[in-house]
Design a protein around this ligand. Structure first.
Ligand SMILES: C[S@@+](CC[C@H](N)C(=O)[O-])C[C@H]1O[C@@H](n2cnc3c(N)ncnc32)[C@H](O)[C@@H]1O
Length: 324
């Protein structure tokens, strides 16, 4: 139940983030025993690069505490969607925080929103939708892969989010979204190989007063096909964007202080026009002096390499029915 609201103490059954370093985190379930491959119930010992953890010892520990491992220590954190995205069991490719931030912003997701999503995949994005729409909204999420549907349902229940989400097993490109959802959604989100096939159903599912649409595609050709379908089905404000997260390097550097004294005595350009061009070039060479003084300044510079591509985000608006 650890995703539902802030908690003080770890209870049995909680999903806990075990934080070793910023690049090494694990999601573990706080349960004293597990069933091994032979079907035997055994004590749950979790192995990390800093040694073993007896998971039963986590129950009753305050979130945020440091816990001992056999060869070091770790911190136990209450999970949130950002930590979950970094530790979740991957059933599929997933969407990460930089793209998700733009998706939530552009779809105007807020408490009370009704969101329709397909496919559910590993539920990475679903967890952000759920945090944003609680406590009044609802997420309807669709996937045609039965095992993923079952896993997602169980995971949402375990995380205490079951009341805010319905998981459907359905091919949305063939059958569309459920009939009961027609005219109910504030926003539709697609992460599918052929999103253009689901666009007509997305148009039916959005509210008559209109709504927002987003499709995530790794290839530009998928985005192009999606844009054509969006135009054909009355969507406006169609825009594709790519989120390229750059980490700027911030450091103190020693830089030369330029002597710009000569600017004070520079002749106005009208006067310079009357003088010969030879004079002008001499003046520049004479006045810009080699800097002698240096100064330490805090600088920020862009990284030398470009960040990696994840996908294109295509957004669109379905206007209210009376102007379509
Ligand atoms: C890349 S994953 C989605 C990942 C998800 N956005 C996340 O962040 O975890 C794509 C999912 O779409 C599902 N899918 C593909 N085509 C589908 C269709 N026509 N109807 C329903 N689900 C579909 C796949 O089974 C897969 O689980």
């Amino acid at each position: 139940m650890s995703f539902l609201k802030p908690k003080e103490v770890i209870e049995e059954g909680d999903t806990v983030t075990l934080y070793l370093t910023v690049n090494s985190m694990h999601a573990i379930e706080a349960t004293p025993t597990i069933v091994n491959k032979k079907g035997e119930t055994i004590e749950y010992i979790f192995q990390t690069s800093y040694g073993a953890l007896k998971v039963r010892n986590l129950i009753g520990v305050t979130y945020g505490s440091r816990v001992e491992l056999s060869k070091g220590w770790a911190y136990v954190l209450q999970p949130n969607p950002e930590l979950w995205t970094q530790t979740l069991p991957h059933r599929t490719q997933i969407i990460y925080t930089p793209d998700i931030s733009m998706i939530l912003f552009q779809l105007e997701v807020r408490p009370g929103s009704v969101i329709v999503e397909s496919g559910t995949g590993s539920g990475s994005l679903s967890h952000y939708f759920l945090r944003a729409i609680k406590p009044y909204g609802h997420l309807h999420t669709f996937d045609f892969h039965e095992a993923r549907v079952q896993q997602a349902r169980e995971e949402f229940e375990r995380h205490g989010l079951g009341d805010f989400v319905t998981v459907y097993h359905r091919d949305v490109c063939q059958l569309g979204f459920s009939n009961e959802l027609e005219g109910k959604a504030d926003a539709v989100f697609l992460d599918l190989p052929a999103p253009q096939l689901a666009v007509p159903f997305a148009a039916k599912t959005l509210k008559t007063e209109g709504g927002r649409f987003c499709s995530f595609s790794p290839c530009i050709e998928q985005s192009q096909r999606c844009c054509i379908a969006l135009q054909e089905h009355g969507f406006t404000e169609i825009r594709s964007m790519e989120i390229l997260q750059q980490e700027h390097v911030v450091k103190t550097r020693t830089l030369p202080v330029l002597d710009l004294e000569f600017l004070k005595h520079k002749k106005p350009s009208s006067q310079k026009l009357n003088e010969s061009s030879t004079n002008e070039s001499n003046e520049t060479a004479d006045t810009v002096k080699t800097p002698k003084e240096t100064k330490k300044v805090l600088t920020s510079s862009a990284p030398p390499t470009l960040p990696g591509h994840t996908g294109y985000l295509t957004f669109a608006t379905l206007p209210p029915a009376f102007v379509r």
